[in-house]
Write a protein that binds this ligand. Sequence first.
Ligand code: HEC
Length: 317
Amino acid sequence: MNAPSNKKSVTAPRRTAATIAFGAAVLGISFLIGAMFRGDHTRTVVAKPVVTQPATHVEEEPSRKLAKMGRLVYQIQCAKCHGAEGHGDGSDAATLKPAPRDFASTNWRFSPNAASIRRVIQSGIPETSMTSFAQILSHTELDAVTHYVSTLAPPVSAVLAPKAESAGLRPIVQQRTAPDFKMTTTDGTAVSLSQFKNKVVLITFWAPSCAPCIGKMPALDALAAQHQADGLEVLPVCVGESDVDVVTASVRGRLNRLKPLIDEGMGAVRYDVLSTPTTVLIGRDGTLLARTEGAIDWSSPALADLISAALTMTAAE
Ligand code: HEC
């Protein structure tokens, strides 16, 4: 409120102003008090700044920041082709050949793991409208949009499902971490599944009493040899028999590269092994990909194809 500048009439207007100000203050205070006691929506309006203030001081978690940045980068740089929701139906999509990827489908051209998604965004795909974003996005923005696209992608086990089925395995589409368990070698060395991080692991639970398991050991050994250099670990885990001599005798002359392992007990429990053989395939990231009960043809091209795909699609980060 400005004080009047005319000196001659200083007192009277001042008093008037003071009275008005006082009156306004009283009115204001009684209004506030009234509002507080009434508890109507006027009170909410008055109280609002006090309520929201502490929230503005709370730091956002870095991962939420990254997620937000990823979504933003995506909407600005990618949505016009890949679509607002990632279904490959952006405004520019209709005219493009090949069509932009529908990120939610299992029809990925490259493996949908973070490393290869980043590689595609960074380098682009030659002879397509998918150009390199290396000069357009900062490292952080690349990380953020990679993370965002990863959340749109289906699990690797879903992408691998057709290959698993043709190899005679059941895909495990729901993302689940393979439970850890302990084994021993026939010379008493302790081994645990968690030792094989970053490898594709094929566990086959067998028993000395399982003739088909034993009969197919040489083919299993050959499979292990074929993919070992690429990062496959084959674990022939004996269940229900802890006598080392029995275990050793049952595979004698049948395993060359592989060594039989003996379940300490929890493997059979955690993998619901109700019959032998039971076979489980685990990705490099430690998620369950597929399983089957009953004999598999270890030398089938379909199985080799599944394993090769698992090796590249679950590349170690
Ligand atoms: C001008 C259109 C266009 C824009 C913009 C675009 N893309 Fe693409 N993108 C494509 C096309 C087309 C393909 C499929 C190419 C193929 O299948 O050969 C593709 C493929 C991809 C793939 C590989 C998917 C697979 O199947 O393996 C990824 C990942 C990808 N884009 C991410 C992005 C991201 C992230 C952005 C934004 C930073 C982006 N794209 C922007 C057109 C575009």
